[in-house]
Design a protein around this ligand. Structure first.
Ligand code: 5GP
Length: 219
C-alpha cells in the first residue's frame, strides 16, 4: 500500500496521531512496529526508558534508553515521563519531551507500551491517542514465538506465558483489535488505521478556515 498523499486531501498542518500498539509479550508487536516505521515516513518511535537489562543486540538510545533504578526514579520525580509502569518486574516509561516535539511538528508517534501505559495516555491525551491491540492467533503460536526469542531464560518465558490471560483481558480498552496471523497483513491493517486517523476532522485544525473560504468566496 502506498502512503496516502495528505497534502492532496487536507488543508494546512494537522495534529499528529499518538499511535499506541499493545499486545501480550510474543504476539509480534515489535516486528509490526519495526515494519511500520520503515514504511511510514511521518511516524517516529517513542523510545522508552527502562530498568530492564538490554537483550543481546539491543542498542541503547535505539531500542530503549537503559537506565538504573535511581535514574528512573529521578525522571519520575522530575515529571519527565508521560506515563510509566512496572511490567514483568521492570520499570518502563515514556519520555515526555520527544513526544511533545514530534506532535508539535505535526508528526505521528508510535508507542510500544503495555495496557497500563495506554490507560495513562488515554487519560492525558484522549483526543490524540489511537489504541491498537494485537492478539496472537493461538496460545501455541505465542509460546513458539516467545521461545524463538532464545535470549530470554526459560523462567522469563514461563512467567510471560502465565501473564497472558490478564494481559489479554484489556482488549476492550483499545480502539482497534487485530489478530496477528500474518505479519504483512497486520502491518498493512495498522497503516490503514493510521491513514484514516490522520484524516479525522478533529486532527485538521485549519479545515474550518478552508470551508469558510469556500462558502464566502476567495482563495
Ligand atoms: P520488553 O521487555 O519485552 O521489551 O517489553 C515488555 C513490555 O513492556 C511490552 O509489553 C512493552 O510494550 C512494554 N513497554 C515498553 N516500554 C514501555 C513504556 O514506556 N511504558 C509502558 N507502560 N510499557 C512499556
Amino acid at each position: 500500500m502506498a502512503e496516502l498523499d495528505l497534502k492532496l486531501l487536507t488543508h494546512g498542518p494537522r495534529r499528529g496521531v499518538m499511535l499506541v500498539l499493545s499486545s501480550p509479550s510474543g504476539a509480534g508487536k515489535t516486528s509490526v512496529a519495526r515494519r511500520l516505521l520503515e514504511r511510514e515516513r511521518e511516524l517516529e518511535l517513542s523510545v522508552s526508558v527502562t530498568t530492564r537489562p538490554p537483550r543481546p543486540g539491543e542498542r541503547d538510545g535505539v531500542d530503549y534508553h537503559f537506565v538504573d533504578a535511581e535514574r528512573f526514579a529521578r525522571m519520575v520525580a522530575a515529571g519527565e515521563l508521560l506515563e510509566h509502569a512496572e511490567v514483568y518486574g521492570h520499570r518502563y516509561g515514556t519520555p515526555r519531551a520527544p513526544v511533545e516535539r514530534a506532535l508539535g511538528a505535526g508528526r505521528d508517534v508510535l508507542f510500544d507500551i503495555d495496557w497500563q501505559g495506554a490507560q495513562q495516555l488515554r487519560e492525558k491525551a484522549a483526543g490524540d491517542m489511537v489504541g491498537v491491540f494485537i492478539l496472537p492467533p493461538s496460545l501455541d503460536e505465542l509460546e513458539r514465538r516467545l521461545r524463538r526469542r532464545a535470549s530470554d531464560p526459560e523462567e522469563v518465558v514461563r512467567f510471560r506465558l502465565s501473564r497472558l490471560a490478564s494481559d489479554v483481558s484489556h482488549w476492550p480498552e483499545y480502539d482497534y483489535v487485530l489478530i496477528n496471523r500474518d505479519l504483512e497483513a497486520t502491518v498493512e491493517a495498522v497503516r490503514v488505521i493510521l491513514g484514516a486517523e490522520r484524516l479525522r476532522r478533529q486532527r485538521q485544525p485549519h479545515l474550518g478556515a478552508f470551508v469558510s473560504q469556500l462558502r464566502h468566496g476567495g482563495g
